[in-house]
Design a binder for this molecule. Structure first.
Ligand SMILES: *Cc1c(COP(=O)(O)O)cnc(C)c1O
Length: 405
């Protein structure tokens, strides 16, 4: 099957394997303790995988909470029928306070004026609201300074209508031990100060994907300062954060970027390909032309560096990546035909992590830009789930999205 009908309609597409996301969630659950909740980070359209589809899946898989960056993202999810608690982790403007009540969103608070506005609204509407407070232990941006945190929390927790549900912090580099331990230490101290004055916050969360792999102390529920939720994005989508050793989890990448071979031509020695003539044929060379470029998220920096896979074989990208075209060297390979499926990256091609290294970028960036720029096709991946030893069976999912969008 070299020409699935879906790809016939568009020059490139990304396949999103929802079964892989369900699988990755199970892998994460196996790593963390039973009492630890999972907040699935679905900001930036679920890292390009499509927030609506991903969230409806995660809801069925039993994640406890979703994390988005903006109110707008949260509202959109509610409009799509997502019912899970949604924490807005990014910046919040005073004009947006009303939306939190109308759409049952949970704000992160780190500004007292904003906290007071939430409180006034709550009184006016007669509706209490759950809030999380973000503590800055070393990221330097959004968040109450650790030194000021316990005073801030005491004041905010005393405001009528606010129910303090969570306290959290974000690591700036969970791949280097030293800094993370300092951050954890500052966060623990705040929690202990609060415990000592009788403020017990139900949910305390620090770990992101890198910390899940590298810093078990950041999600081990022990003692009064138990951290009982993790916030994970990248691992759910099946990738390992940069700088982490080969993951101990058996992850499956959820996004695969594909196109089709559109044209073949043989260049004579001395002829060049694409803008700037950065590639010259040394001998008669068969060049394959693919209808994707940086407009589809295929990074310009993959020029003369990237490779693609057709029928299980690798072919290097030659010449500059163009806005809507790339060129590959087909070498002596006779077993390729126009219309063949080409894997640009993901399952069966170079990994997204590898592409990120080639462009000296990050896998986060590759997912977001590729996700935004292509037509998405959803696979439920149920068949693939069954062969996996970690399947417990309990999460057998009925098909979610029968066909492509
Ligand atoms: C994006 C984000 C995460 C998730 O990071 P991953 O590395 O993808 O796990 C966690 N917490 C906060 C506050 C974030 O903004």
């Amino acid at each position: 099957m070299h020409r699935p009908i879906e790809l016939g309609f568009c020059s490139s597409c990304i396949e999103i394997n929802l079964g892989a996301i369900a699988h990755n969630l199970r892998e994460i659950r196996q790593k963390i303790d039973q009492g630890v909740k999972v907040l699935a980070v679905v900001k930036s359209d679920a890292y390009g995988h499509g927030a609506q589809e991903v969230c409806l899946l995660l809801e069925r898989c039993g994640v406890e909470m979703l994390g988005v960056t903006s109110v707008e993202e949260g509202v959109n999810l509610r409009l799509k029928g997502v019912g899970l608690p949604i924490l807005v982790m990014g910046c919040i403007f005073p004009e947006e306070v009303g939306e939190f009540f109308s759409y049952s969103l949970t704000p992160n608070l780190c500004d007292l004026n904003l906290a007071r506005k939430f409180s006034r609204y709550s009184i006016k509407l007669g509706q209490a609201i759950k809030v999380h407070i973000k503590i800055d232990t070393g990221m330097g941006g959004l968040g109450v300074r650790a030194q000021e945190a316990s005073a801030f929390v005491r004041e905010a927790a005393g405001l009528p209508g606010l129910l303090l549900e969570g306290l959290f912090t974000h690591f700036c580099s969970a791949t280097e031990g030293g800094c993370t331990n300092e951050q954890l230490g500052r966060f623990r101290k705040v929690m202990e100060e609060l415990e000592s004055v009788g403020i017990h916050v139900p949910i305390k969360h620090t770990a992101n994907s890198a910390a899940i792999l590298n810093v078990p102390e950041s999600y081990m529920p022990n003692g009064t300062t138990a951290f009982n939720m993790v916030r994970t994005g990248l691992l759910l989508y099946g990738l390992t954060p940069p700088g982490c050793p080969e993951s101990s989890l058996k992850l499956k990448p959820a996004m695969t970027f594909k196109t089709r071979l559109a044209y073949i031509k043989t260049l004579e020695p001395g002829e060049t390909v694409s803008y700037g003539r950065t590639y010259t044929a040394k001998s008669p060379t068969r060049i394959g032309v693919l209808p994707v470029g940086y407009n589809n998220g295929y990074n310009l920096r993959l020029s003369n560096k990237g490779y693609v896979v057709i029928r299980g074989k690798r072919f290097p990208v030659v010449g500059r990546v163009r806005m809507n075209l790339i060129h590959i060297d087909l070498g002596q390979e006779e077993q390729v035909e126009i219309g063949d499926i080409v894997t640009l990256y993901g399952e069966g091609g170079p990994s997204v992590e590898e592409v990120a290294r080639l462009i000296e970028g990050s896998p986060y960036e590759v997912l977001c830009t590729t996700g935004k720029s292509n037509h998405r096709i959803y696979l439920d991946g149920i068949g693939q789930e069954e062969e996996h030893p970690h399947s417990t069976g309990e999460e057998q999912l009925a098909p979610l999205f029968a066909t492509a969008h």
